[in-house]
Design a protein around this ligand. Structure first.
Ligand code: 3H9
Length: 655
């Protein structure tokens, strides 16, 4: 097989070009090819060497698919060492994203240039790892301790201009990158520029207290991840030890993290996320419907967040409300959210102005006559939703995609009220919709293939992680929440307190325990839904008697200042003896024997309830694959990434 690496001489410059689609990951063949080219260049007439990549990006890092296989020489650390040891200046020319081991190679080059829109980063932490080819040591020497800790513990890439201001790259090249890099390399030769090795640079001054500060704040957010702590130790080693000793600390930490169940879980999520976007039975050459304009029905928190998601991706939005007053209110929620994003430094005023200009409002459905897609986001009332879909059927152009943002309702029943059920699909966003990454795309019985393909594509465009679900009550995520909620109620009656349940689950890694989640969502919503049911339909009172009593006592959850907990002014939940008494009384009435319950039992029973339902969802074909369920729980329900999702956890007994 032809090598993905080629080497050629252009005058006095030796040019190493890598072409290994899709993202130039540093597979064995790539590493070997570059290693050989560097060796060849040492002995030929070249006076400087340029490393560049063809295709959409500079190296995306180590080849993650090789991680569970035996390592073949040369390893990435050997390659990085050979690059830095070159007796001729090496220039790295970056475009796209230079990530992980790819950026570590660039850091070992003697000079670095990049295109203006290129990004560089060390995202290993997102895989439960840390840079293992000198990244912690060289970044600290070039950019200092704080910048290094920020870059490596967050894993978030930075743009070329920022990297340049931090000293991580030297030059930004407009126009053709390769010719610019070759010209620069020639200039470096002419100027007799030194061989500048990052490993030999001194670490800029820093405040020694910084390591403890990062340790404390990272520990608070760790949720089972061990890599962040090891990153701090490696950066501290860079600042306080010789390069060789620091490198040894980094290497050990990398090996430990690589062998950890946390990294196995996070690597599973990496591939699961990419797999989720694929729909197995769609023809590959399917023609998508263009989606350039979108209508949103409902200007509440959900509708507003959905509108922002589309506008932020450059898609024109028309929001429909029932009255001028409601419309003004809806648009002002959007303005408030945007103002918050500017305040937090997430968006610039200029960005906000351009996104906001894409959102307009109307009280007339006729304004939707020409839109490519409509997302209905009114409250969960099946009759109202059906009424809206009848109206949409009347006004929307043929071929418009009609989506419902229902969290539970039967998408097929909604589709059935239209004359075009093949154009109807579910798009279940999670609140706040402009922030939460998950989108459940509900494929109705009659949803056309091209509608599904188009919605999956637009989901990527609006930066959501989309997972396909079949039609059932609650789809994947909320359906699994039902037995989870019931189990939490049983645990309460059997002897656990709300606080014990929540803190057991949060210590295990869940972003929020179940009872705090119910308080946040509002206990009155399910209560109201239950009033329409017969006793038989409601099922065993064990599962709902306590929340019913709470609502009847005016405790609707966080919004009313009390639910399973009491909330004062701020959002801090405080346990309330009144609630514990209420639970004991219900347990006595229902004849439930109370006992000590361990934290381990709480976790075991709650997670099993999720997993058991997940298996049913798979058996019924509601989810395409087990890893899709993991994605739903990681991105929509605060499941700890370090556990790999409920299904992966169950299959691998992680942790
Ligand atoms: C590392 O470097 C360790 C070192 O420090 C130390 C070693 C000693 N390997 O995301 P996309 C595949 S750890 C293998 O859809 P995009 C991906 O699975 C690594 N495969 O494209 C997908 O395959 P498929 C640190 C990879 O344009 C296809 O490429 N680096 C790798 O939306 C397209 O991917 C990272 O963590 C890889 N490294 O985004 C960077 N990367 O088509 C990870 C991607 O079969 N990568 N694939 O589903 C990314 O963040 C994004 O892929 C990137 C492109 C931004 C590059």
């Amino acid at each position: 097989m032809a090598s993905p690496v080629s080497y050629r001489l252009e005058g006095i410059i030796g040019i190493i070009t890598v072409d290994s689609p899709p993202v130039n990951a540093l597979s064995h063949a790539v590493r070997e090819g570059i290693f050989d080219a560097i060796s060849e260049a040492q002995g030929d007439s070249s006076e400087a060497i340029v490393i560049s990549c063809d295709g959409r990006t500079f190296f995306a890092g180590a080849d993650i698919t090789e991680f569970d296989k035996p390592l073949k020489d040369p390893g990435l650390p050997d390659l990085v060492k050979a690059i830095e040891a070159s007796s001729k200046p090496v220039v790295a020319a970056m475009h796209g994203t230079a990530l992980g081991g790819g950026f570590e190679m660039a850091l070992a080059a003697h000079y670095r240039c990049a295109m203006p829109f290129a990004k560089v980063g060390l995202p290993e932490v997102k895989l439960g790892l840390l840079p293992g080819a000198g990244g912690t040591q060289r970044t600290t020497r070039l950019a200092g301790v704080k910048a290094s800790l920020d870059l490596i513990t967050s894993g978030v890439p930075i743009v070329a201009a920022k990297a340049k201001s931090l000293g991580l790259i030297d030059k930004i090249i407009d126009g053709n990158l390769l010719s610019g890099a070759i010209a620069w390399a020639g200039q470096l030769v002419a100027d007799q520029a030194p061989i500048r090795r990052s490993s030999e640079q001194a670490v800029p001054e820093y405040d020694a207290a910084i390591f403890e500060e990062y340790r404390t704040s990272l520990r608070r957010r760790a949720r089972g991840q061990i890599a962040p702590g090891r990153i701090v130790a490696a950066v501290e080693a860079a600042a306080t030890m010789s390069f060789t000793d620091g490198l040894a600390i980094e290497k050990q930490a990398f090996l430990d993290c690589m062998a950890s169940p946390e990294s196995a879980g996070m690597r599973h999520i990496f591939f699961a996320e990419r797999e989720a976007s694929k729909v197995d039975d769609l023809p590959r050459d399917i023609v998508q419907r263009p989606i350039e304009t979108v209508g949103i029905i409902g200007g509440g928190t959900m509708g507003g967040g959905i509108a922002m998601s589309f506008a932020n991706a450059g898609i024109q939005v028309t929001m429909i409300e029932i009255s001028d007053e409601a419309l003004v209110r809806g648009l002002s929620i959007i303005d408030r959210n945007y103002a918050g994003s500017v305040k937090r430094g997430k968006l610039s005023e200029k960005q906000v102005a351009s996104y906001r200009a894409l959102i307009s409002g109307s009280t007339d459905y006729a304004a939707l006559a020409d839109v490519d897609m409509v997302v209905e986001a009114v409250f969960e009332n099946p009759d109202l939703k059906k009424k809206i879909f009848k109206q949409l059927d009347d006004v929307c152009k043929p071929g418009a995609i009609l989506a419902t943002n229902t969290s539970y309702q039967d998408v097929d029943a909604i589709a059935a009220v239209t004359s075009r059920p093949e154009d109807v699909v579910g798009m279940h966003f999670f609140s706040p919709a402009h922030i939460m990454k998950l989108l459940e795309v509900v494929r109705g019985e009659k949803t056309a293939d091209d509608v599904l393909a188009s919605v999956m594509a637009v989901a990527k465009k609006i930066r959501k992680v989309a997972v396909v679900s079949g039609v059932c009550y609650g789809f994947i995520g909320n359906r699994m929440l039902q037995p989870y909620g019931k189990t939490s109620q049983m645990l309460l009656l059997e002897g656990a307190t709300p606080q014990q349940i929540d803190s057991a689950m949060e210590s295990w890694g869940m972003a929020m325990g179940p009872l705090r989640v119910f308080d946040l969502a509002g206990l009155d919503i399910d209560y109201t839904a239950r009033q329409a049911l017969t006793d038989e339909q409601k099922g065993d009172p064990m599962f709902y008697r306590v929340p019913d009593l709470l609502v009847e006592a005016g405790r609707m959850g966080q919004k009313s200042g009390a639910g399973f907990y009491t909330y004062e002014g701020n959002r801090k939940a405080t346990s309330d003896p009144v609630v514990n008494k209420m639970i004991e009384k219900v347990a006595a009435e229902l004849g439930v024997e109370r006992r000590e319950i361990s934290d381990g039992e709480i976790v075991e029973r709650l997670i099993s309830s999720l997993v058991d339902e997940g298996r049913k969802i798979l058996d019924e074909g509601i989810a395409q694959r087990s890893s899709d369920i993991d994605i739903v729980y990681i991105y929509g329900y605060g499941f700890p990434a370090a556990r790999g999702g409920p299904m992966f956890y169950a299959d691998n007994a992680v942790g």
